[in-house]
Design a protein around this ligand. Structure first.
Ligand SMILES: [Cu+2]
Length: 136
């Protein structure tokens, strides 16, 4: 190996080292930023719907939104979320933990709302996915 080649090799490995350190620092900062605002997901609440129940409203869970995002039902009505996003798993997590689905890419989750009120929910992976079920 000539002296020039040795210098080039040393320069390259130093650059790789710096890039590596910066990469670790960026990854650490990213983890800290995430853990700062994302709450741990509450426990999954299995569907409380009797078999054969007919949902009054169906909400599509797609990448990356609930459609429609706002629905209104009556006490005792069943709401069904149909998972049909193709690029990511999603779930339905009530702000108060009263209904919480598994992370899914297909399938559905049905929940019967007995109590009146306004129930906000989001996706544990994509906090920008927001929805509201109003029971009145
Ligand atoms: Cu999601």
């Amino acid at each position: 190996m000539s002296i020039d080649q040795a210098r080039i090799t040393a320069g390259l490995s130093r650059r790789n080292f710096v890039t590596g350190v910066l990469g670790v620092a960026a990854a650490t900062a990213g983890t800290l930023a995430l853990s700062g605002c994302v709450q741990p997901k509450p426990p999954v609440v299995p569907s409380n719907a009797p078999s054969g129940v007919k949902p009054v409203v169906q909400i599509s869970v797609i990448d990356n939104e609930y459609s429609p995002a706002e629905v209104t039902v009556r006490p005792g009505d069943a709401v069904e979320w149909i998972f049909e996003g193709h690029s990511a798993d999603h779930d339905v997590v009530a702000d108060d933990g009263s209904f919480v689905s598994e992370l899914m890419r297909e399938g559905s989750y049905v929940f019967v709302f007995e109590k009146a009120g306004t129930f906000g929910y989001d996706c544990s992976i994509h906090p920008e996915m927001r929805g509201t079920v109003t029971v009145a």
